[in-house]
Write a protein that binds this ligand. Structure first.
Ligand code: SME
Length: 183
C-alpha cells in the first residue's frame, strides 16, 4: 500500500513536471539572441523581456522570468532579486547556485545598494568591504535598486559574474530599463 501511494505520487509529479517542461521549452525557444556583443544582446533581449512580462500583474512571476531571461540570454553566473521586507532584504526569485537568504540594510553589496539607493558596480568583490560571498565563484557584481510605481525601493536586482570586472555602464543602463518594467 505504501509502495502504491509513493508510486502514484511520483507519477503525479512526473506529469506536472512534464507539462511545465513543455511550457518552459516553448518559452526558451521564444528567446532569440544572435548578437555577440553585450550591447547587442541587451538590445535583442529587452523587447523580449518586455513582451514576456507584459500583462502579468504578479511581480514575483515577472521577477522569476526576468532572472531566467537574463541568466540564459546574457549567460550570467547568477541573477536574482532580494525583496525589501521590513528591515531586511529577503531572497526572492533567482537563477543560479543557492544563495544567502537574508541581508541586513547596509550589509554587503545588496544591503549597501538598498541603503544608499544607488547602483553599485563592483569590479572585484574581494575588494568590496563587507561583501557577502554566497558563492566563492562570484568575482564581480552589479546591484541596482528596484522601484514600485510610487518610486519606493521594493527590491534590489543582483547580477554576479565568475569573471572580474564584468559589469559597466552598459549593464547599468539596460538592467535599469529592465527593472523599470516592474513599476
Ligand atoms: N554578494 C551579495 C550577496 C548576494 S549573492 O551574491 C547572491 C552581497 O554582497 O550583497
Amino acid at each position: 500500500m505504501t509502495f502504491l501511494f509513493k508510486y502514484v505520487t511520483i507519477l503525479n509529479i512526473t506529469c506536472l513536471n512534464k507539462s511545465n517542461f513543455i511550457n518552459l521549452a516553448l518559452m526558451a525557444e521564444d528567446l532569440h539572441i544572435k548578437a555577440d556583443t553585450k550591447e547587442g544582446k541587451y538590445t535583442e533581449l529587452f523587447p523580449q523581456i518586455k513582451a514576456l512580462i507584459e500583462g502579468e500583474k504578479d511581480q514575483i512571476a515577472n521577477m522569476a522570468n526576468i532572472c531566467s531571461a537574463l541568466k540564459y540570454g546574457m549567460n550570467f553566473f547568477w541573477v536574482g532579486f532580494y525583496l525589501v521586507k521590513e528591515h531586511e532584504l529577503v531572497l526572492g526569485p533567482f537563477q543560479g547556485t543557492i544563495a544567502c537568504t537574508r541581508i541586513k540594510k547596509g550589509k554587503g553589496v545588496c544591503g549597501a545598494s538598498w541603503e544608499q539607493n544607488k547602483v553599485l558596480i563592483v569590479e572585484d568583490v574581494d575588494k568590496f568591504p563587507g561583501h557577502i560571498a554566497c558563492s566563492s565563484l562570484s568575482k564581480s557584481e552589479i546591484v541596482l535598486p528596484v522601484y514600485n510605481a510610487n518610486n519606493e525601493i521594493v527590491a534590489v536586482l543582483d547580477v554576479d559574474s565568475d569573471q572580474l570586472a564584468s559589469f559597466n555602464t552598459t549593464d547599468e543602463y539596460w538592467l535599469k530599463k529592465i527593472a523599470e518594467l516592474l513599476k
